[in-house]
Structures are given as C-alpha cells and as structure tokens.
Design a protein around this ligand. Structure first.
Ligand code: TXE
Length: 481
C-alpha cells in the first residue's frame, strides 16, 4: 500500500484510489491511500510544528537535502520516467524529459538555498543602517494538476523548502504515483519530521481543508481557471490574515507563422507545441495564426507531418503521442471537436477516438487539426487541453499580432519568422508571460521564470530566482547602532 506521508510517518487513509494506466485501462499502476480531512489537518499541524526546526537547519544542510533529492531523481530517471508515462500517458521521451527537469529543479534550488538574497543600504537618516532580508513565509500548501506529475510539484516544493518553509503537498487525484515516489525520496533525506507532508485524495475535500486553514500561510496552485478562482476566494475570504496565493491556470497560446517563416521549422514548432504531451500542456500551441502567403503550404505540410505521428501506448518506443489522461478529459476533447465542426471549422486531420490500439483499451485520440476557423469561435477562446489545434488565417503580420493578443489568456506565445525585424516586433508586442521565437510555445528551461498574464496567472512568477518573491517575505530592518 502507498500511504500518505504525515509528520514523518506513513499513514493509511480511510480508503484508497486505483491508479489506472490510460494507455491500457486493464493495467492498475497501484493502489494509493486517500487521506481524510482530519489527516490533512494533521499534516498542517505537523508542518507548523516542523517550521522552527527546519529554520534551524543551516543553508548548507538545506542545500544538501535538496541536492540529495535531485540526485536520486536523476539516478532513477528511467524508472521514474516509466512510472510517469504509465500513470499519466505522456510518451516516454517527454516523460524522461520531465524527470530530468524535476531533478535539475531540485539541484537549482539546492544552490539557491545558499544564495538567499538580501540588501544593505544606508538610511536617509544620519547614522542609521537599513537591512533588507528575506524570511520564510511559513507553511505552504501545494496543490498540483495531473499534466506534469513530477515537474510541477518539483518547481513548487523545491523553492518552498530552499527558502525555509514547510510543505503540505496535495497532488492531483489521477497521478498519485509520481507524488508518492517523491515523498518516498523525501522520507530518506533527513528533514525534520513534518517539513514535507503528502496528502493524497480529492481536491474538493483535502484541497479545501488546505485553503481554509489559517495555519497555512501561502498556497501555490496550478490547475484549471475555475479551481484557481476558488483558491483566490478562499485565500482572501478567510477570517484574520489572508493567505498569500499564486495561481497558474490555463492558456490559449498562439503560434504565429509569418510568410517568411522557414516552413519546416514552423511545422516542427506547431506539431511539437500543439500535440506533444497529447496537447495537455498549459503552454500548448492551440491557435496557429498563419499569414496568407504561407497558409496553404503550411496546412499541407502539417497534414503530411501529422500522418507520421504515431499514437499509442505511452511506453512503446515508436509512440510520439500517448493517450489522453482519462475518460473525462477524452470526453471534453471530443465535445470540443464536435463543437468545432458545429461552429463551421473544417476538420483536416485526426479527430477520431480510438478505443483500442494494438489490442489495448486506452483513451486514444488522433491529433486533430481544424482550418477555416475564426478567433471568435469557442474552440479558439476556451482551453481544450487535448491534442486539438486550429489554424486561423491572417491577412498580414499586423492582423496576426492582433489575433494572437485577442484572448483572455497570456501564458505563452510564439512566432516563426526569418526576419529579425519581425522577431523583435513580436517579442515586444505579444502579450504573454513567455515569448518564443522559432521555438514551440511549450517547453521551458528549469532555471528561469515561468508564468503568464491576464487570466493565465496571478501572483509572482514561479521558478528561477524569481521564485523567492513568493516563497519568502521581506523584512526591512532599521538599525541605529
Ligand atoms: O483541474 P483542477 P483537473 C484544466 C483542463 C482540465 C481541467 C480539469 O482543461 O480538463 O482543468 O482538470 C485540486 N479546492 N487544466 O480536474 O480541478 C485538484 O484535486 C482545492 C489546465 O485536474 O483545477 C488538483 O490537485 N483544490 C491546467 C488541482 O486542484 C482543488 C492543468 C487541479 O485540479 C479543488 C490542469 C478545490 N475546490 C487542468 N478542486 C493547465 N492549464 O495547466 C480541485 N482541486
């Protein structure tokens, strides 16, 4: 049995979840404990209790613990990549890439534990000195989605611990395997009991306990916009001190392809951005905004390229596109495909659900491309979160930029062009937290800030040195010696 990890102990919950492989729904990855509300409260109490003991660790001890976690993740890359591919359905090369990234993130924040920034300034008052230091925020509640079962927990847990906070981690229901594997590694690196806690189970129950408990000082959340809003409401609606909160939510990311783009670069960026990881990335290129002069050549090359995308078991070496994560998500994707047709979009590739591949029952969906779409259609305004992309035709670069920015979201945006002038123009004017030039909108480095604008994000950036802004609180001290 794979139990919850609370106050340094493995704790069984009142019931369990079966973790099902979306590539073969007959395959049970494992049985995982679900925590009760009372156990989530125990985890919060344990984290509060651990805070002063974790704070007493030297920066070097904190760095060593995080470095040990990173080293073990990297050493077990193949095994953890296989687990990730099996429980989430991400094709093995992407799954291995995610494990690598998770390991690198722990290594990066091991270094950051030794470099907690501060400043010393002279005061405007004679003889006075000013010291600006960063202190831990306290107990951090970490609520994560299923689409990056290892990397997203890593980029929240690593900085939380590096800066001296204690953690209560509630992973998505669909992917307890990677979360449990991470907890098991943490159980062996010598943290004070309660510094890191894992509670598995429902967001509506356990997530809500974390949101409402005044002993949780900060909440970092990645997931849907609907749940993100609930997090915000709970954080500000608490009696007494409001919780600090940070939200990473959806995207409707544009990839602009201009007339002068290199065609094969554009097709590779679009295929990777739209369909890899089965399109289940908040940074996925779901709107392909293509100018007049290259439109027909681009669509023809895309359709040709998409034929070569092998859909299948995430762990099969030939697979490029794994299954959709579960039956609910598949249903959502299929209903958007039906909506696209009803809105008058032309389906030029894919769109078919395949109930079995190579005799295996799974949630398979052919990568899907619509053309003849307008930016006003719902398929171009709402996050589908599957292997579904639309081509939107634009008259010229100006109109393409306008369409790209005409969205409620602002996470990632890209442009394919061979013109330095156009690249610079789009880099400056795309309204997104991340801009990619001749690169897919998805796929980011582990050591630089991640996050968006508008409805995509709220609060400070994640990752890189910018993570300190969320996981520390600033103290300004005036000293008259
Ligand atoms: O998200 P949720 P789900 C989108 C995508 C997907 C849809 C639903 O469209 O189809 O969201 O996915 C926890 N209080 N994205 O169900 O519900 C929940 O247990 C506190 C886009 O996974 O937002 C999980 O741990 N917590 C997104 C986490 O919140 C609650 C990535 C995310 O779950 C809660 C994932 C509550 N009331 C989904 N309800 C992206 N763009 O990256 C749920 N949770």
């Amino acid at each position: 049995m794979n139990d919850n990890y609370i106050a340094g102990q493995w704790v069984a919950g009142p019931d369990t979840t079966l973790n099902i492989n979306p590539s073969d729904t007959r395959d049970v990855v494992g049985e995982y404990s679900r925590a009760s509300r009372a156990q989530a409260e125990d985890a919060i109490a344990a984290a509060r209790h651990a805070l002063p003991r974790w704070a007493a660790f030297t920066p070097q001890q904190r760095a060593d613990a995080l470095d040990a976690v990173g080293s073990e993740i990297l050493a077990r890359k193949v095994e953890l990549g296989d687990l990730l591919a099996r429980e989430e359905g991400k094709a093995l090369p992407d799954a291995l890439g995610e494990v690598l990234r998770a390991g690198q993130i722990f290594k990066f924040f091991a270094g950051e534990a030794l470099r907690v920034p501060g400043e010393a300034l002279a005061s405007t008052r004679p003889g006075m000195n000013v010291a600006i230091t960063r202190e831990p925020v306290g107990v951090v509640g970490i609520i994560t989605p299923w689409n990056f079962p290892l990397a997203i927990p890593a980029w929240k847990i690593a900085p939380a611990l590096a800066y001296g906070n204690a953690v209560v981690f509630k992973p998505a229901e669909l992917v307890p395997g990677c979360a449990w594997a991470l907890a098991e590694i943490f159980s062996r690196v010598g943290l004070p009991a309660g510094t890191f806690n894992l509670v598995m189970g429902s967001g509506r129950e356990l997530g809500q306990v974390i949101l409402n408990d005044p002993r949780v000082d900060a909440i970092t959340f990645t997931g849907s916009e609907t749940t993100g809003r609930k997090v915000a409401q709970a954080a500000v609606g608490r009696p007494g001190a409001m919780a600090r909160f940070q939200l990473e939510m959806g995207g409707k990311n544009p990839l602009v392809i201009l007339d002068d783009a290199d065609l094969s670069t554009a097709v590779e960026c679009a295929v990777n951005g739209a369909f890899y990881a089965t399109g289940q990335r908040c940074t996925a290129s779901s709107r392909l905004v293509v100018t007049e002069g290259i439109h027909d050549r681009f669509v023809a090359a895309m359709v040709e390229r998409m034929r070569a995308l092998k859909v299948g078991d995430a762990r099969h070496p030939a697979t490029v596109i794994g299954p959709v994560v579960d039956a609910n998500q598949l249903q959502q994707d299929l209903s958007y495909i039906a909506l696209g047709k009803a809105e008058g979009a032309e389906l030029v590739s894919g769109g078919e659900h395949r109930a079995t591949i190579d005799g295996q029952p799974g949630h398979y969906l052919e990568p899907t491309l619509f053309t003849g779409t307008t930016n006003a259609m719902r398929i171009n305004r709402e996050e589908i979160f599957g292997p579904v992309a639309s081509v939107i035709r634009a008259r010229d670069a100006d109109e393409a930029l306008e369409i790209a920015n005409d969205t409620a979201y602002g996470l990632s945006a890209g442009v394919c062009t061979t013109s330095l002038k156009m690249a610079s123009l789009f880099q400056r004017h795309l309204q997104a937290g991340m801009v990619m030039v001749n690169a897919p909108t998805a796929g980011v480095d582990p050591h630089v800030p991640f996050g968006g604008r508008k409805a995509s994000s709220h609060g400070p950036r994640e990752q890189g040195r910018y993570a300190a802004d969320f996981y520390t609180t600033v103290k300004t001290a005036y000293v008259n010696p």
